[in-house]
Design a protein around this ligand. Structure first.
Ligand code: MN
Length: 230
C-alpha cells in the first residue's frame, strides 16, 4: 500500500544515477508527525515542503520560499508523494536527472493539523490549517488549494500562507530565507555542491539504515533498478 503511493516518485527517477533514496530504508518510529523543508537549487531555486502523513511525505514546491508575512501568499505547487527516508536527503542530484541540482535540508521538526478535522479531510477539501514546530518555521500556517484554471492546467496549485500569531513577521516576508546553513549538517549550498563538510545528522532514518557516503556506481551490473512494488 505504501509502495503504491510512491509509484510516481519512483517512475520519475533512475536510482542508479541519482543519490536520492528509493524509499527502502528503515525510518524510525515517531510519536509526532514530522516535516522537512529542502532548499533545492534546480533550474529555479525553490523550497520543498514535506509533511508526513499516512506513511509518506505529502509534498509541495514553494517557488519563492515560505513567507513570514501573512499578507504575502506563496505559490506551492503540489508534487508527488515522497518516501519518508527522503527527509534525510541532502546532496546533489546530477545534471540531466529529474530535479538536477543541489538539495539542502533547510528546516525540519514536527507538525500537527490545527482544529477538529483530520489532516486528510482538510487536504481533501483543499484547506489545511496546521502548526509547525521547526527551526525556522513555527506557529500557524495554511495551505489553500486554488481552483484549477480554465485551461486545465496539469499542475495543482496551492497557496502557503502564514497565519497571524507571535511567529508572523509583518513586512518581513523573506526574513527566514537568508540563512544558508543546513539544519542537519550546517553546510552551505556551496559546500553541499562541492561535497565537503559534515554529513547530515539523521532525523528520519533508523541508525542502522544510515547509508555510507553516497558513491554512485555507474557500472551496469552493480545495481539493478528496482521495480516498484504493486
Ligand atoms: Mn524540488
Amino acid at each position: 500500500m505504501k509502495a503504491k503511493g510512491l509509484a510516481r516518485y519512483r517512475a520519475k527517477r533512475d536510482f542508479s544515477r541519482t543519490p536520492e533514496p528509493s524509499g527502502q530504508r528503515k525510518v524510525s518510529v515517531a510519536t509526532r508527525l514530522r516535516f522537512v523543508i529542502q532548499r533545492h537549487a534546480a533550474r529555479r531555486l525553490h523550497y520543498d515542503l514535506r509533511l508526513e502523513l499516512g506513511g509518506v511525505f505529502k509534498s509541495w514546491a514553494v517557488t519563492k520560499g515560505p513567507s513570514l508575512d501573512p499578507k504575502v501568499k506563496r505559490l506551492a505547487v503540489e508534487v508527488e508523494d515522497h518516501p519518508l527516508d527522503y527527509g534525510d536527503f541532502e546532496g546533489t542530484i546530477p545534471k540531466g536527472e529529474y530535479g538536477g541540482g543541489t538539495v539542502q535540508l533547510w528546516d525540519r521538526g514536527y507538525w500537527e493539523p490545527d482544529g477538529s478535522r483530520s489532516a486528510e479531510a482538510m487536504l481533501g477539501k483543499g484547506d489545511l490549517t496546521f502548526r509547525l514546530y521547526g527551526a525556522h518555521l513555527k506557529g500557524g500556517w495554511v495551505l489553500a488549494r486554488m481552483r484549477s484554471d480554465r485551461y486545465h492546467s496539469k499542475r495543482v496549485n496551492w497557496l502557503l500562507i502564514k497565519r497571524r500569531d507571535e511567529f508572523a513577521q509583518e513586512d518581513e516576508a523573506d526574513a527566514a530565507l537568508g540563512d544558508d546553513r543546513s539544519v542537519a549538517s550546517g553546510r552551505s549550498m556551496a559546500q553541499i555542491a562541492a561535497g565537503t563538510g559534515r554529513r547530515a545528522r539523521p532525523f528520519m532514518l533508523k541508525r542502522a539504515a544510515i547509508p555510507r557516503p553516497a558513491r554512485i556506481d555507474k557500472s551496469p551490473r552493480s545495481r539493478s533498478r528496482r521495480a516498484p512494488h504493486g
